[in-house]
Write a protein that binds this ligand. Sequence first.
Ligand code: NAD
Ligand code: GLY
Length: 354
Amino acid sequence: MPTLNLDLGARSYPIYIDSGLFENEKLFSDHIRGKRVCIVTNTIVAPLYLEKIKSKLTNFDVDEIILPDGEAEKSLANFERIMSHLLKNEHGRDTTLIALGGGVIGDITGFAAASYQRGVDFIQVPTTVLSQVDSSVGGKTAVNHPLGKNMIGAFYQPKAVIIDIDSLVTLPVREFNAGMAEVIKYGILGDYDFFVWLENNISSIKAGDKTLLAEMIERCCQCKADIVANDETEAGVRALLNLGHTFGHAIEAEQGYGNWLHGEAVATGMVLAGKLAVAMNLLEVSELCRIESLIEAFDLPLQAPETMGCDDFTRHMRRDKKNIGGKLRFIVPTAIGKSEIRDDITQETLQQIL
Ligand code: NAD
Ligand code: GLY
């Protein structure tokens, strides 16, 4: 039985969250239509989990693509590399791609699945906190362009999401913490009780308590699934999931992809969004302090890079996908557990907080 289901009519899919799922042969084969499978992964994840997954796919003709590691590899060049591999190895329309790795692998594999022969099936097998709580669910797929993050992509839903929480055991602490930024995001943007739950469980989460991690991932995926089911292509409420991302994407692009981790940039972005809200009298200073404390508890940065000024931010933010009619749009928290989309932020207010 899936833990959750993302309800999108004919494109609905199950989300499985548990320990030991990589041992479950039937789980994988239940979501593969044809005989061919191509696993897309990277040089870090392959030695850890590739053979394990392959050993559960003995009834299929399986090959793999192992990309270099890192955010900078979420590129058009690697997208082309995937296309070439699939063509050279004569994969047809009934092939299934498996994205085995973090958000970088999930995003590029999803975009490859959306594009190869106008669309083949894919399964998300996320192995980082960030990808388990956010990027594997909801069907946003993309690669980066030197001029902007996630600028080339598609909305394309997977056939299933298989989250084995045991895979987090090998995740470096810095990556674990970066993923926690997206977890905290759900509390700030729409779930006060979850924010308090996080405040009360900081040390057990950091210690990797599996029962708590499973509950945490399920709560995040449920929140995301509810939002995406109501607004798959971000015509409205889904934009709230971008809390912290407007500033965060600017930091990532300005600093060079991979120097700041995505989650670290989002953490600082959420603090800046909070400061914006305080400057506009939308958020109490005491609430911003609570947000900063929780972010800091996971060793995440609160300050933007010293070298970045207001002009550096606005140059990147002008290309943000949320902007309408040339107007910058921001997600701002108006309380812990409540957020709004605003397009009435003045240049003076931005100058003040940046
Ligand atoms: P990532 O994919 O780079 O993974 C982080 C690091 O952990 C990498 O070095 C990776 O090789 C390594 N790794 C992965 N799994 C591991 C494991 N189990 N054990 C040890 N090492 C492991 O980064 P991420 O934080 O997972 O994802 C960030 C990306 O996700 C960004 O590109 C961001 O834009 C994207 N994203 C997409 C969405 C979406 O909705 N599609 C949402 C949020 C973020
Ligand atoms: N991570 C933002 C979204 O999926 O919409």
